[in-house]
Design a protein around this ligand. Structure first.
Ligand code: G6Q
Length: 561
């Protein structure tokens, strides 16, 4: 592309792009929010709750499997009104429609952003370049289901005639984090007779430890890579191929029985030696971090079966429909996105802690880190201007209650403001004595303590000596969301992931950035490719003095061994 797409020019037809003509900080609602913040700055959640006994019931919303209690945010009705005005002024509605219409809203890559089509029911329509892509999506899903059934029921056999019992997904970034997270999240529903492993890191440890105890005759590798060129994945895939062939007698025909690919690049898949009949495709309008519900989810389907996978897609779709149709005031992703803008851009919070009180979601924060930070870690607007406001916050987290015994200290009494997303389920999948009541008591207690804290008077009244009082005071006024659902089913996982996907989208639209490119990641891919040959055989080095020195040291120590 020599020129930016037409949509970037002022007066374009695209509603999504019109809004960006006015810089964010010059918008009426933004300025009003800034003024409003100065008035609200000192207001405490204690006061807000005391003045409105129904606040905890009022500032809630419910849809697509989830109940959101956002009453413990430092907001008033006026804040919400202004945030909704900001969303309108930013063209959120038009941007949303543009995405669902298949417009090329990923401007810097000139691509449509249509992960919502991955979970569209049969018979519906989503078009890219005038073509309805839903039938193709379902053709791939059917092929995945057929394959999964054959592996799960033993009809698909390995080269030596053994049944496949081990699945190893090789992929990285978007081709790994979603599958790992979904496997862990839905383990309860998985076939326990099968073993699932995930290899992502180019550090050989990852591969070696993953296959150490596996019988190659019973092992199937899924090479998951949209581009099929990613250094880490290709290196691991080659090692897997060599490992397998060495142990199964060296006949290259064994590859077809033990390797399948998930990719958009048929040519490279075939060059690797994988029969393209065993390739599961997806499309350039699916971003890596938005691909866990495409063929990239093949390991998920193998683990939980096609029916559960379809339930997962149903959950995604329910949230898509909610996001597409619900008014902003009751729209969960919009609410969460706007509250995040408020906390980040007005209250000055730099991070968001994601705290699932559900052990099965232990990898959810890691998954969310990519979704949120790769999407909204940008510092120029769609028309290439440097932003003069903060964009994507840092996401991090751990499952509760574990985090309570470590970093929560800083959230309660540190100097930084850390908004928290608590995620909890009213029913345990594995009920055990009083465990679930205790777990839920903890999540409710944490949100309560963060919001209301403990005053000096309260601490004194407990008989605390004066000198100890300041140490035991909790300021409170720490914002949090409580995200509640009934139980972690495949459908609810779909609801949850789509909730965050659309919240990320909402924030990206307000910040006027391209949430769907990842030039920082591309840079990393290119840089290492240049140094690899220099490490393998000495060459004239042309880096900075530090990099040159490090490479020379590596050479020296490598030789000394
Ligand atoms: C995701 C990113 C990135 C990507 C990986 C793997 O949105 O683009 O994390 O998923 O770099 O890329 P491949 O699937 O092409 O190997």
């Amino acid at each position: 592309m020599n020129n930016p797409p037409e949509e970037l020019t002022a007066g374009s037809e695209s509603g999504a792009m019109k809004a960006m003509n006015k810089p964010l900080t010059r918008r009426k609602a933004w300025k009003a929010l800034a003024t409003h913040y100065t008035k609200l700055q000192k207001l405490h959640l204690r006061k807000l709750f005391a003045e409105d006994p129904k606040r905890g019931e009022r500032l809630t919303a419910e849809a697509a499997g989830f109940f959101l209690d956002y009453s413990k945010n430092r907001i008033t009705d006026e804040t919400l009104k202004l945030l909704f005005a900001l969303a309108r002024e930013s063209g959120l509605g038009a941007a949303k429609d543009a995405m669902f219409r298949g417009e090329k809203i990923n401007l810097t890559e000139n691509r449509a952003v249509l992960h919502v089509a991955l979970r569209a029911p049969k018979g519906t329509s989503f078009t890219v370049d005038g073509r309805n892509v839903v039938p193709e999506v379902h053709a791939v899903l059917d092929k995945m289901a057929d394959f999964s059934n054959r592996v799960r029921n033993g009809a698909w056999q390995g080269y030596t005639g053994k049944r496949i019992r081990n699945i190893v997904n090789i992929g990285i970034g978007g081709s790994d984090l979603g599958p790992v997270m979904a496997y862990e999240a839905l383990k309860y529903y998985s076939d326990r007779a099968m073993t699932f492993r995930f290899v992502s890191n180019v550090d050989g440890v990852d591969f070696v430890e993953a296959i150490g105890d596996l019988d190659p005759g019973e092992t199937l590798f899924i090479v998951s890579s949209k581009t099929f060129t990613t250094l880490e994945t290709m290196t691991n895939a080659q090692s897997a191929r060599a490992w397998l062939l060495k142990r199964l007698g060296g006949d290259a025909k064994a590859v077809a029985k033990h390797f399948v690919a998930v990719s958009t690049n048929a040519e490279k898949v075939s060059a690797f030696g994988i029969d393209t009949a065993n390739m599961f495709g997806f499309w350039d309008w699916v971003g890596g971090r938005y691909s866990m519900d495409s063929a990239i989810g093949l390991s998920t389907m193998l683990a939980i079966g096609p029916e559960n996978f379809r339930a997962l897609l149903k959950g995604f779709h329910e949230m898509d429909e909610h996001f597409r149709t619900a008014p902003f005031e009751r729209n969960l992703p919009v609410l969460m996105g706007l509250l995040s803008i408020w906390n980040n851009n007005f209250l000055g919070a730099h991070t968001v802690a994601v705290l699932p009180y559900e052990q099965y979601l232990k990898r959810f924060p890691a998954y969310l880190q990519q979704l949120t930070m790769e999407s909204n870690g940008k510092s120029v607007t769609l028309d290439g201007k440097k932003v003069d406001y903060q964009t994507g916050p840092i996401y991090w987290g751990e499952p509760g209650t574990n985090g309570q015994h470590s970093f929560y200290q800083l959230i309660h009494q540190g100097t930084r403001l850390i908004p928290c997303d608590f995620i909890a389920f009213t029913h345990a999948l594995t009920p055990l004595g009083a465990h679930h009541d205790i777990l839920l008591a903890n999540v409710f207690a944490q949100a309560e303590a963060l919001a209301f804290g403990k005053t000096a008077a309260e601490v004194k009244a407990e008989g605390t000596p004066d000198w100890l009082v300041p140490h035991r005071v909790f300021e409170g006024n720490r914002p949090s969301n409580m995200i509640l659902a009934e139980r972690l089913t495949p459908e609810v996982l779909g609801n949850l992931v789509a909730l965050y996907e659309h919240s990320v989208f909402t924030q990206g639209v307000i910040w006027q950035i391209d949430s769907f490119d990842q030039w920082g990641v591309e840079l990393g891919k290119a840089l290492a490719q240049g140094i690899v040959p220099e490490l393998e055989s000495k060459a004239t080095l042309k880096h900075d003095s530090s990099t040159n020195n490090l490479i020379r040291r590596y050479w020296r120590l490598k030789e000394a061994k």
